[in-house]
Design a protein around this ligand. Structure first.
Ligand SMILES: [Zn+2]
Length: 113
């Protein structure tokens, strides 16, 4: 489960930022996870408590923003929802879909004291 490593780096990034801002505790963290990123939000949620133990994030609430996959077709310029394994444009059947959204994995905001 590579979410352990991902969650650990989320915690590290947040802690570093919080320290830089002189915070003593992090109240909550909002993380954006795209549906096409391959990261399972539930797994991140599951690892968070263990990964944040002993850090400024201990006891913080984790808010996960799930970003749906979106694509644009190079052939007909139509935009569509993208599932993790869809490669075909629903309007014209072309395989020239470009991802425009859904790969996100980033810390969006953090509430500190
Ligand atoms: Zn198309």
């Amino acid at each position: 489960m590579h979410e352990v490593g991902i969650t650990r780096s989320i915690v590290e990034i947040c802690e570093e930022n919080a320290r830089r801002q002189g915070a003593t505790v992090v109240r909550s963290v909002t993380v954006e996870i795209g549906e096409l990123s391959g990261v399972v939000p539930d797994a991140v949620e599951f690892c968070f408590e263990a990964c944040s133990k002993g850090t400024l994030l201990e006891g913080a609430s984790l808010i996960i923003d799930r970003i749906p996959g979106r694509g644009r077709c190079d052939a007909c310029q139509a935009e569509c929802n993208l599932e993790p394994h869809s490669f075909e444009c629903p309007s014209c059947g072309s395989m020239a879909l470009q991802r425009i959204q859904g790969d996100e994995l980033r810390v969006k905001e953090m509430e500190i004291d």
